[in-house]
Write a protein of this length. Structure first.
Length: 129
């Protein structure tokens, strides 16, 4: 019990980033994104810890998903290092350093197949709890 309390009061950066990734997935779910997944890249690449990947049905929905996840991460004190694809709205990539949020339209998600590219990365069960 005391070990868990210590973890809860002083989480590591990776634990904090994981919780943020899970919250981004929930925000996607709340905003009707489809096929939401979190890839754990910690043992696959030194560059990123987690990818959050989701699919939106329209340009408007992709913008909402990107804006809502960014608003949440900003409220957590995270700084977006870059955003790409917002205008074209087929694949919006928001880079927060340890965490990258990918919002796709269905066609681009299938074409780029990040899940296949990063097939060695375990998937996080974000619906837990």
């Amino acid at each position: 019990m005391s070990h868990n309390a210590a973890v809860a009061t002083n989480p590591t950066r990776a634990e904090t980033t994981l919780e943020q990734a899970i919250q981004c997935a929930r925000i996607g779910d709340d905003n009707k994104a489809r096929d939401i997944l979190i890839l754990d890249l910690r043992k696959v690449t030194p560059i990123f810890d987690f990818f959050v990947v989701m699919t939106g049905a329209s340009r408007r929905q992709l913008h909402t998903l990107a804006e809502e996840t960014d608003a949440y991460l900003r409220s957590e004190g995270e700084k977006r290092l870059s955003i790409q694809g917002y205008q074209a709205s087929r694949w919006i990539v928001q880079d927060y350093g340890d965490l990258v949020v990918h919002v796709f339209d269905a066609e681009s998600r299938e074409y780029y197949a990040l899940e296949d590219l990063w097939a060695d990365a375990p998937r996080i069960d974000w619906k837990r709890g």
